[in-house]
Structures are given as structure tokens and as C-alpha cells.
Design a protein around this ligand. Structure first.
Ligand code: AMP
Length: 195
């Protein structure tokens, strides 16, 4: 199985690239952000409970994120692998995830991290806020708060996977297709390694 964590700050393009990768390689895309937005759009009990925090740019609990991922993985019948987009987002999630995957006799193959300078991220997120309708993209203050939370809670995951020799950093500033080209080449290498 090819289990890839598509990693990067908000606005780095990880959602767009995840979709391209999953389509190209026939993997399954799992985005906790999309699952949470689905709950909110459908005004479920869970959706209403998390709305205020999400709109403020805060994370949901580790327990909830883990529960959503577990449920989605369990639903799948022997896929070739997964692209995890926006998960894990904290060290606690990553540790619990390693245990969860080991119980399923699998593991993370690689983290692919997109790097984009902060100034460009802010510009991209401001642009996205005009079209996405995402509550968490509204307003420069919320955008800066999200980037701050990313730095404090999420960026340390790069070290966590580096220590396992599973980190690959990719420059996310180029054209969408050029970035995809680099990710594509990396995945081909990985595929050859585990084949
Ligand atoms: P994303 O679409 O990945 O940018 O996620 C959008 C929002 O969903 C984030 O700002 C968080 O509020 C929430 N979220 C998504 N994934 C997680 C996660 N793994 N842990 C905690 N909160 C999450």
C-alpha cells in the first residue's frame, strides 16, 4: 500500500495536489477538512457543534479527527493506498495514527511537504476567501491565526516524519502542473521502492 501524507500550511495547495495525485495513481483521497465541512454544510449535530471553532480557524479535537479518519479507512475495501490531506495535524494525532495503521498491518510510506513563503500563503488565502465561501478563510486576522496554529501545532510533524526518514520537501510556489510533476516523480520513486 502507498500511504502518503500530503502536508503543508493552509494555502500551500495540498488539497488541489492531493486530488490530482489520487486521480493519477488511483489512490483514495481522505481530507478531514472536507469531512468537517460536509458536516457543517449539512447542518448535522456535529457540524453545528464545531462551526464556531472552525470559523475561528481553530482545530477540532484530536479524538474527533482520529475518529473521522478511522471511520473512512474502515469503509474502504483494499484500496491501493491513501492520500491523507490535512491529517495528521498534531503530534498526538500522528502517534495515535501510527498505532492505528500498525494494527491494520500497514504504515505511512511518506510525507510530502509543500513549502510556500508566508507572504504568498496570505495572498493566496485572501484570494481564496473571495471565492471559496469557507468560513475559516474569511478575514486576514483568521488567516494569520490559522498560520500561527499551523506553526505551533502542525509544523513539528515534519521533524516527526523526518526522524522516521519519511519526509520529502517540495517547493510549492511554481505552476500547479510543475509542482504536480515533482510530486509525481517522487511517488514513482516510492512505488519502485515498495514494489
Ligand atoms: P483543511 O481543509 O485541511 O485546511 O481543514 C480546514 C479546517 O478543518 C482546519 O482549519 C481545522 O479547523 C479543521 N481540521 C481539518 N483537519 C483537522 C485535523 N486533522 N485536526 C484538527 N482539525 C482539523
Amino acid at each position: 500500500m502507498l500511504n502518503i501524507i500530503m502536508f503543508g500550511p493552509p494555502g500551500s495547495g495540498k488539497g488541489t495536489q492531493s486530488k490530482k495525485i489520487t486521480e493519477y495513481f488511483g489512490l483514495k483521497h481522505l481530507s478531514t477538512g472536507e469531512m468537517l465541512r460536509f458536516e457543517m454544510d449539512n447542518k448535522t449535530v456535529l457540524g453545528e457543534k464545531i462551526r464556531k471553532g472552525m470559523d475561528n480557524g481553530e482545530y477540532v479535537s484530536d479524538e474527533l479527527a482520529l475518529q473521522l479518519i478511522k471511520k473512512s479507512i474502515d469503509k474502504e475495501i483494499a484500496p491501493k493506498g491513501f492520500v491523507f490531506d490535512g491529517f495528521p495535524r498534531t503530534i498526538n494525532q500522528a502517534k495515535a495514527f501510527d498505532i492505528m495503521l500498525a494494527q491494520m498491518n500497514t504504515n505511512i510510506t511518506q510525507m510530502i511537504a509543500l513549502e510556500v513563503p508566508e507572504e504568498e500563503l496570505i495572498n493566496r488565502l485572501v484570494e481564496r476567501s473571495k471565492i471559496s465561501g469557507r468560513g475559516e478563510d474569511q478575514g486576514e486576522q483568521v488567516i494569520k491565526k490559522r498560520l500561527g496554529i499551523y506553526h505551533d501545532k502542525t509544523k513539528p510533524l515534519m521533524n516527526y516524519y523526518q526522524e522516521q526518514n519519511k519526509l520529502q520537501i517540495i517547493n510549492g510556489t511554481g505552476l500547479l502542473n510543475d509542482v504536480f510533476g515533482q510530486i509525481h516523480d517522487e511517488i514513482i520513486k516510492l512505488n519502485n521502492k515498495i514494489a
